[in-house]
Design a binder for this molecule. Sequence first.
Ligand SMILES: [Zn+2]
Length: 259
Amino acid sequence: MRPVRELARLLLPVACPCGELDVPWCAGCAALLTGPPIRAEHGAPRLDRLDGVPPVPVWALTPYAGPVRDVVVHWKDRGRADLDRLLAPALRRAAARIGPVLSPALGGAPIAIVPVPSTGAARRARGREPVAVLARAVARGLHDAGLPARVVPALARRGAGRDQVGLGARARGRNLAGSVRMTRPGARALGQRSMCILVDDVLTTGATLAAVERALEGSGHDVLGATVLAATPPPARTAGDDTAFAVERQRESGQNLKV
Ligand SMILES: [Zn+2]
């Protein structure tokens, strides 16, 4: 008779998204998510505001490269919701490290954690909203750092917004112009003027975050920063060495973020 484990594998093969068998995620992939958060806004051209105000700070857990890409794709679009248990604790730990950096700007005010809304099509295809899991993790991490934070899903995509997959930077910007709106319950929950932290899965050009930032600031709220799982390395680096990129970002983060 075959061992039970082998039978179970025939029914339900288990593998890390990178390909390593018999584990839901491997030690190598998990290790990519344990570093201090890195500042990523300067690699996202669409976050440039052109009004003299510096781009909103974005903290990323890791560069969107190598096996991290596989992990995120399987988690979002290939039914691997079980990876919540890898990604959420990692982002929670990162948020706890960001807490002390945010604290002086808050003066004790509560923080609204605002998830970047998916398109209706993406939500229907996935049957869930993966970013909501990340938003809860960020709120818990900020709580761990002693900051009052609550998740406020205040925004929705306007109907015409296409999913971003496969669109170039310019097309993404056009696709997103005015594509995010405040929902009525969201506006009520945020009140007059809230301090907001945005949460998304991957930072690419920054067009999505910029649209969200505009929607919130246009309604009188302050966006203090954003946290994402992973950030696409700047274009000049994608052909080069991801490790060198990571090391450089970690060094920058050491200067920008006292963790
Ligand atoms: Zn792996």
